[in-house]
Write a protein that binds this ligand. Structure first.
Ligand SMILES: *[C@@H]1O[C@H](CO)[C@@H](O)[C@H](O)[C@H]1NC(C)=O
Ligand SMILES: *[C@@H]1O[C@H](CO)[C@@H](O)[C@H](O)[C@H]1NC(C)=O
Ligand SMILES: *[C@@H]1O[C@H](CO)[C@@H](O)[C@H](O)[C@H]1NC(C)=O
Ligand SMILES: *[C@@H]1O[C@H](CO)[C@@H](O)[C@H](O)[C@H]1NC(C)=O
Length: 201
């Protein structure tokens, strides 16, 4: 992976199952957009350039499917046992790199969006970013609070840093992004890790 020139071996190991991966660094110099806040029960709609995730006709169906996946006991057990240390090490290296680039500080208030069992939240804390929390449909206290990334349970301008590697799980990508823009402070930074499949040879 060319993009991982400076990344440690362990990152390559992490990404080995991905056909292709791309790190998107989106630096939001937040400008108020004056958009409508997301509703509690959005109807599927045309998202312009970004399409609704295929395979879902309703928001409820999508949520149910995501809940089923997140609550799967086998997966959950795997995430909290075999995967736990390995993923935390990978994330710690990743966040340390972002700190060295000045994108993340110990004092940053950080949010991990779609954090499952909170491996990335734990990693942030371990590298010194103590004020870190995650959200997901299923909470995993104390690391992960209950929250839908289409409708974040936070006030405007709450965080300095937001990270997610589940952007591709969003039913409404534009709401996902709008909510990040809304809850980031001015000058806040968002890092999305996105796996691109079958778009680049
Ligand atoms: C929060 O931000 C949204 C989107 O920018 C805006 O529509 C809303 O009025 C803001 N709410 C408050 C309480 O400032
Ligand atoms: C979720 O799982 C339950 C049982 O575990 C099943 O009855 C239901 O059909 C599943 N729903 C979806 C949307 O996959
Ligand atoms: C940030 O926190 C880490 C881990 O606690 C610590 O080693 C480091 O010195 C801190 N950096 C600064 C600039 O305070
Ligand atoms: C962050 O937490 C660590 C471990 O609990 C502690 O040693 C450190 O002083 C804390 N840093 C800040 C800035 O609160």
């Amino acid at each position: 992976m060319k993009a991982n020139r400076t990344a440690p071996i362990v990152l390559k190991y992490f990404f080995i199952s991905l056909i292709f991966s791309l790190l998107l660094l989106l630096l939001f110099s937040y400008q108020p957009h004056h958009r409508n806040p997301p509703t509690d029960d959005p109807e599927p709609s045309d998202e312009g350039d970004l399409r609704i995730r295929p395979g879902y006709s309703t928001y409820e169906g999508y949520i149910q499917r995501q809940l089923n996946k997140t609550l799967n006991p086998k997966l959950r057990n795997l995430w909290t046992t075999r995967d736990w240390d390995r993923k935390i090490n990978v994330f710690s290296k990743f966040f340390t790199d972002l700190k060295q680039k000045g994108l993340l500080k110990n004092e940053s208030k950080a949010l991990c969006v779609g954090a499952r069992v909170g491996q990335e939240v734990e990693a942030l804390k371990r590298v010194g970013v103590n004020d870190s929390v995650g959200i997901d449909l299923v909470p995993y206290p104390p690391l992960v609070l209950r929250g839908d990334f289409h409708n974040q349970p936070f006030e405007n301008e709450t965080f300095d840093f937001e990270f997610s590697n589940v952007f591709d799980h969003a039913l409404y990508p534009s709401k996902f992004v709008e909510e990040i823009e809304r809850t980031l402070r001015p000058g806040g930074i968002c890092v999305l890790h996105v796996a691109l499949v079958s778009t680049v040879g």
